[in-house]
Design a protein around this ligand. Structure first.
Ligand code: 9MJ
Length: 711
């Protein structure tokens, strides 16, 4: 072809093909092959070309997702096949009952001991829609509505890039003449956060959760607004379908939808019998917090589609499918009071006392409020009705208040039951001043170890498993020991005797003997653990380990001139900056990664006579360490590990210790620098991240083999 029009048509075709392919890779395969900027560049090129040659514009061109003027309202549409709702299950019994009823309905079709095969998938927390494709082209999209009649939201759904405007030609098979795809429109958590940040920056109202944001976006009369909201789509079923290759199973149907270029969730499985369904449910409940989108449960569907009719319906819900819901992560309750807790480093933390409420699978009666700024930002009043959230294993938190539930501020009720919180000027435990350092949001009690709350927390920190690992020394006991003035510093623990302990509440001879043994056993430790146990501000496990490795022993650390070290580091860093510019080799900086804040904290801690006395006393009472940190050799030197999931024979702490003993390091998050991810049972988002980055993945045996310890 040589004529310019023909050339332009060819180029427009080529651009559309590329854009469709990149879109498909991004939204359906979840495996983009080009940067977003390249997509945008090609898109603009196509736009320019179509502007020059308006005759070349096709209705399924990627440039035609947003079009048309705002509508006055949505047209009603009748679904050609009803959009079903699902029956819900809330516990194991409901799932067994579902399986039993399906078996009964199937009768002879099923062998006596033959389990029913199910297709299991996630239950996306979004909005159900139906999208009609005619000869492969998106013709109409409608909300579920009441299941029979919904609203025509075609213009809005066309703006969702995850929804193809044209179905892909499947490798084997033909395009159906008519296909109604059913699925869920939703918003990813990260996109929701970004969008809310933008709203906040622009002084606009924030959205409550991704589901509401998605619903709001879909119901916009102006599709350009919908286009600016990051919506996604997952397909999970069909309505009308005149394809000549109708799959025999639901799993096969999902596979066919994916073949046609529709996004289908990757977390799905074919399972046999109710016990396997429950296993799937539990695994997904574990993975829920790490998923990029919100789910409110899982869905089971009898896999054989010809059995669906046999099993039938009850009211409007099929008996061949079941939604097994997770416990709700948010609930409403009453904010009864705000109390102030004192932490190990003296930080005063406001804590909400709540009317007990069942949320996220447990009863919650306390929740963190983080700090005063948060209370102000959320405009909380004691007496308010509040939303409490408990997601996965995270600490329950008060998300927001419902100020619209407050009685009028003039009313007697309001004056009686509602009040604002203010931070006390003094520590509620010891009465010392509570001060707020400039630039910090936290108030801190200046009482130090004079403050019994800080003393208790310091002792618990000292005794914890990852520090001195004193078995049997829990919160209740520390409370008693401090309140009875039996223990003031960690050294006092090693002075306790049997008769003193036996005199305590709920302390028999046996537990007292065990505790004494636990305390004695803790005396043998490692230098790193000991440093961590001291509770020096900013010195966590990893920094403590680094210090232990660098100094080897306590005396070297105590002899350090911190001011001189600080100056030396600063000089070297300046020197290195110059060397880097000139392309010269860099000089290693001591305690790389340990910044001025930590060094200042060390200087203060070891400059305090009282602390040195406690350390001397601990040593005099038999606390000791011998093993250098890399006693096991250095097979893993220079390698960085991340641990996730449950390992078969050791805890993650033990595996970490093992890695470090062989010279490796352990980080908390997966990055390009990670050498290996060690993954156990129920590994979640870290595993996904490692797979994305191509980080090598090991199981426990693999780790042992690497070290050379496997038999
Ligand atoms: C959701 N919400 O993810 C169904 N759903 O199937 C899945 N909803 C459904 N399936 C039949 N995965 C009616 C509704």
């Amino acid at each position: 072809m040589t004529d310019p029009q023909g050339k332009a048509a060819e180029q427009a075709d080529r651009l559309r093909g590329l854009l469709e392919r990149y879109n498909y890779e991004y939204y359906v395969l979840d495996a983009p092959s080009v940067p977003d900027a390249e997509y945008d560049r090609l898109f603009r090129e196509l736009q320019a070309l179509e502007a020059q040659h308006p005759g070349l514009v096709t209705s399924d061109s990627p440039t035609q997702r947003v079009g048309g003027a705002p509508a006055a309202g949505f047209r009603e549409v009748r679904h050609s096949q009803a959009m079903l709702s699902l029956n819900n299950a809330f516990d194991d019994d409901d799932v067994y009952g579902f399986d039993r009823r399906a078996r009964e309905a199937l009768g002879d079709a099923l062998g006596e001991d033959e389990p029913i095969e199910y297709s299991a998938e996630l239950k996306y927390d979004g909005l159900a829609i139906s999208i009609r494709y005619e000869d492969g082209l998106l013709a109409m999209a409608a909300t579920r509505g009441d299941g029979t009649t919904g609203e025509d939201v075609t213009a809005n759904v066309r703006t969702i890039r995850a929804v193809p405007l044209r179905l892909r030609q499947p490798r084997d098979g033909t395009l159906p003449g008519l296909l109604e795809v059913r699925g869920e429109v939703l918003m990813f958590k990260a996109d929701f956060e970004t969008m809310n940040r933008r709203q906040r920056d622009a002084g606009e109202r924030e959205f409550v959760n991704p589901r509401n944001a998605a619903a709001g976006a879909l119901r916009q009369l102006d599709p350009t607004i919908t286009a600016s909201r990051p919506l996604r789509f997952f397909a999970y079923g069909v309505g009308a379908d005149d394809g000549d290759d109708a799959p025999a199973t639901h799993a096969g149907l999902l596979e066919r939808l994916a073949q046609l270029g529709l996004p289908v969730g990757a977390e799905r499985a074919v399972l046999r019998g109710p016990a396997e369904l429950l296993e799937f449910y539990r695994a997904m409940r574990e993975r829920r917090p790490g998923l990029p989108y919100e789910i409110d449960g899982v869905v089971y569907k009898v896999n054989r589609r010809d059995w669906h009719e046999r099993i039938g319906f009850v009211a409007r819900a099929p008996r061949y499918a079941l939604a097994h819901k997770f416990p709700a992560e948010e609930a409403l309750t009453e904010l009864l009071d705000i109390e102030v807790q004192v932490g190990r480093t003296g930080v005063l933390t406001p804590v909400a006392r709540l009317k007990p409420v069942f949320v996220g699978g447990t009863t919650v009666s306390n929740a963190t409020l983080h700090n005063v700024d948060e209370i102000e930002r959320k405009d909380l009043m004691i007496g308010d009705t509040v939303v409490v959230r408990r997601a996965g294993d995270v600490i329950p938190e008060v998300v927001r208040a419902l100020p619209e539930r407050r009685p009028s501020s003039e009313s007697a009720e309001f004056r009686r039951d509602y009040r604002r919180f203010s931070m006390p000027q003094t520590c509620p435990v010891c009465g010392s001043a509570a001060v707020r350092a400039p630039g910090e949001s936290a108030y801190r009690c200046v009482g130090g170890l004079y403050c019994s709350a800080q003393r208790k927390q310091a002792l618990l920190h000292f005794a914890q498993r990852r520090a001195m690992d004193i078995e049997g020394l829990g919160e209740k006991l520390v409370e008693q020991l401090v309140d009875a003035d039996l223990v003031a510093t960690p050294a006092d623990l090693y002075r306790l005797d049997l008769s003193t302990l036996e005199g305590l509440e709920r302390m028999g001879e046996k537990s007292a003997t065990n505790l004494i043994a636990g305390i004695r056993a803790s005396r043998r430790t490692s230098f790193g653990r000991f440093l961590f146990a001291l509770g020096i501000r900013h010195v966590g496990e990893e920094v403590a380990r680094q210090l232990a490795q660098e100094y080897g022993d306590l005396d070297a650390l105590l002899a350090e001139d911190w001011d001189a070290l600080q100056a030396r580091k600063a000089d070297l860093q300046k020197d290195n900056a110059r060397r880097r510019q000139r392309g010269e080799a860099l000089i290693p900086v001591p305690l790389e990664g340990i910044g001025p804040e930590i060094i200042e904290s060390l200087r203060r801690f070891f400059g305090e006579r009282h602390n040195l006395e406690v350390i001397d006393a601990l040593r005099a009472l038999g606390v000791h360490w011998s093993a250098p940190e890399t006693a096991g050799g250095s097979r893993l030197a220079g390698l960085s590990f991340v641990l996730t999931g449950t390992l078969p024979t050791m805890t993650r702490e033990q595996a970490g210790e093992l890695i470090r003993r062989h010279g490796g390091s352990v980080a908390s998050g997966v990055s390009k620098k990670t050498s290996y991810l060690v993954a156990g049972e129920a590994a979640g988002s870290k595993l996904e991240r490692a797979q994305e980055l191509g980080v090598e993945i090991l199981d426990e045996d693999g780790l042992l083999a690497l070290i050379g310890e496997s038999q």
